[in-house]
Design a protein around this ligand. Structure first.
Ligand code: ZN
Length: 320
């Protein structure tokens, strides 16, 4: 599939606001406003967006238009369109809509898995196998990238500690089921920089470096950026974040606030790492989305403080 070039970028920011953000706010954003958000984010330099989730509309009315949004986003050349799927039925819809990347969450805590997906580990792994077979039946050029996301990888609000060995075993099981890659997700905001580094190395030793390149972090306890830095130092290159820190996980009590895209981009750009994203344009996206979600809280320090005097981003500013 026509995956965009990732050249000239040191790190890839995967914007999850239209899915993870909108899934967890009470407002229902009109379809036209979502399209405007995606357009503006792409214009700011964001090249991967998780645009929705293929769940029944009665469960998540906020994401009822995911099919239309995926089809719309697919027309933007150079944008990787990602979607979450809870099962193989959702994956079929995501494939039909043309998603470049589909992510199946597997909660490392089985209690959380039952609460969140209403499925045991064995059932989720069976779904993963079905999805992998579905993808392998497609012509070689039109197969979406299939990621198994290890959620609650750093701890669970129901079970507490989740052992690294268990996460590694589940990572192996997802790869054996046919995933192209696994991702780590700190759904509950339990991670710290040391556990991030340790778990990345543990998963790499189980499934290989190519099978884990990205992480999904929350800022629940204020460690989001520190954890992102630890993941960067360990060698990960893809980071999920949400505009304004919108979203979190409704099944993890107290866990609110994804990593804030604006602050994450600022951190990397100020460190000399290219994100491909223009911060001034990103702030404009924030204003656009704030205007469409007037009842929601937006987080982030950099957009409030503004850029430092004389700040030179690593990504060159667009000329037009
Ligand atoms: Zn999240």
């Amino acid at each position: 599939m026509d995956q965009p070039e990732k050249a000239n970028m040191d790190v890839l920011i995967s914007e999850v606001g239209p899915r993870d953000g909108l899934q967890n706010v009470s407002s229902i954003m009109p379809t036209a406003a979502k399209k405007a958000w995606i357009d503006a984010a792409f214009a700011a330099g964001i090249t991967e967006i998780e645009v929705g989730s293929f769940v029944p509309a009665k469960l998540l009315p906020q994401l009822a238009d995911t099919n239309e949004i995926v089809s719309y986003a697919r027309q933007i050349k150079g944008l990787t369109v990602a979607a979450l799927v809870p099962n193989s039925h959702g994956a079929r819809n995501a494939i039909d809509a043309g998603a470049h990347k589909i992510t199946l969450p597997l909660s490392c805590s089985e209690s959380h898995s039952k609460a969140n997906l209403r499925r045991t580990h064995a059932q989720v792994l069976a779904e993963a196998r079905t999805i992998a077979e579905m993808i392998s039946d497609l012509p070689a050029g039109s197969r979406p990238h299939f990621e198994g996301s290890l959620s609650t990888a750093f701890g669970c609000t129901i079970e507490g500690e989740v052992s690294e060995g268990k996460v590694a075993t589940l990572a192996e099981a997802l790869m054996e089921a046919g995933c192209d890659e696994v991702g780590l997700a700190d759904t509950t905001g339990y991670a710290n920089p040391s556990s991030v580094r340790r778990l990345i190395e543990r998963i790499w030793s189980s499934v290989g470096k190519e099978a884990l390149t990205g992480i999904h972090l929350h800022n629940t306890r204020g460690l989001g950026l520190a954890n992102a830095y630890a993941a960067l130092e360990a060698g990960l290159t893809t980071f999920d974040s949400s505009l304004g820190g919108l979203g979190g996980c409704p099944f993890a009590p107290g866990a609110s606030g994804n990593l804030v895209t604006e602050d994450l981009v600022y951190m990397f750009e100020s460190m000399g790492l290219s994100t491909g994203i223009d911060l001034e344009r990103l702030f404009a996206v924030r204003r656009l989305v704030q205007d469409a979600l007037v009842n929601e809280d937006f987080y982030g320090f950099t957009p409030e403080a503004g850029l430092p005097l004389g700040f030179t981003p690593t990504t060159p500013r667009p000329t037009n």
